[in-house]
Design a protein around this ligand. Structure first.
Ligand code: ADP
Length: 228
C-alpha cells in the first residue's frame, strides 16, 4: 500500500550538503501502524512530508497504492493529497471559524469526493465514529484538546484516505486523552487503515504493529511488535 524505495532527501545549505534521509526503504501494508521513532533532527518530519508529497525526494521512489507520488505535478499533488492522505497534527490545525462538522466537511468540499448532499451526513457519521458527534456545531476553541484531536482525526478520514500520517498526535494531550486517541487509532488499524505515526511517546508502542527507528536519516532498526 505504502512503499518507499531508496528514498533520499538532500538539502544544500550555505553550510554544506546535508542528507535528511538516506536510502530509506520501507513497506507499510493496510492494517499496519508503523511507528517512526528517533531523536530530534533524525529525519522523521522529512519522511512524513515526502510521503505526503509536501516535499520532493532528491532520489528514490514513494508509492502510495499505484501512484508514484513524486511524479505528480504541483497542481495534481494537492488534489491527490486531499483524496489519498489524511494528516493528523500535534496542534490539531482545525480552522477556528468553522464548526467541528464544517471542519470535517472541508476536505470533501475541496476534493469534491462525495456528492454535496451527502457530505453533511458523512461528516456527522465520522464525528459519531470518533465519539464527538455532540460537539458538531461548536467551534474548536470551545472543545477540549482531546475533543479537537478527535475532530481532526474525523477530518483526516473524510475522504477515506489510503494512508493516515500522524505527527506527534498526542504531543499536546494529557495521558488520559492520549490513551483515548491511541484506542481510536487502534480501531482504525483494526479496520484495515494504513497509519504511519511519528511520536516520542513510548506508550504508543502498545498500538503499533511495527517500530521503525530512524537515526541520521537512515532506518537504524525495524521490529515487529506483538500486534503484528
Ligand atoms: P525530525 O522530525 O526527526 O526532528 P527533521 O526531518 O525535521 O527531523 O529534520 C532532519 C534534518 O534535516 C535536521 O537536521 C534538519 O535540520 C534538516 N532540515 C530539515 N528541513 C530542512 C531544510 N529545509 N533545509 C535544510 N535542512 C533541513
Amino acid at each position: 500500500m505504502l512503499a518507499l524505495r531508496s528514498l533520499s532527501k538532500r538539502y544544500d545549505t550555505p553550510a554544506g550538503t546535508f542528507f535528511a534521509l538516506r536510502e530509506v526503504s520501507l513497506d507499510v501494508m493496510p492494517g499496519e501502524l508503523a511507528l517512526i521513532v528517533g531523536q530530534s533532527g533524525s529525519g522523521k518530519s522529512t519522511l512524513l512530508n515526502v510521503i505526503a508529497g509536501i516535499e520532493r525526494p532528491t532520489s528514490g521512489e514513494v508509492w502510495v497504492g499505484d501512484t508514484l507520488v513524486p511524479s505528480l505535478s504541483e497542481s495534481a499533488m494537492a488534489l491527490w493529497r486531499g483524496r489519498n492522505v489524511g494528516i493528523v497534527f500535534q496542534f490539531f490545525q482545525l480552522l477556528p471559524t468553522l464548526t467541528a462538522l464544517e471542519n470535517v466537511m472541508l476536505p470533501m468540499d475541496f476534493c469534491a469526493t462525495w456528492p454535496r448532499r451527502e457530505r453533511r451526513s458523512r461528516g456527522m457519521a465520522l464525528l459519531e465514529r470518533l465519539g464527538v458527534a455532540d460537539q458538531a456545531m461548536k467551534v474548536p476553541s470551545t472543545l477540549s484538546g482531546g475533543q479537537q484531536q478527535r475532530v481532526a482525526i474525523a477530518r483526516a478520514l473524510a475522504n477515506n484516505p489510503a494512508v493516515i500520517l500522524a505527527d506527534e498526535p498526542t504531543g499536546n494531550l494529557d495521558s488520559r486523552n492520549a490513551s483515548l486517541i491511541y484506542e481510536l487509532f487502534a480501531g482504525l488499524v483494526g479496520d484495515g487503515q494504513t497509519v504511519v505515526m511519528v511520536t516520542h511517546d513510548p506508550v504508543a508502542v502498545r498500538i503499533a504493529t511495527r517500530v521503525i527507528q530512524i537515526a541520521d536519516g537512515q532506518v537504524e532498526l525495524q521490529r515487529e511488535t506483538v500486534n503484528a
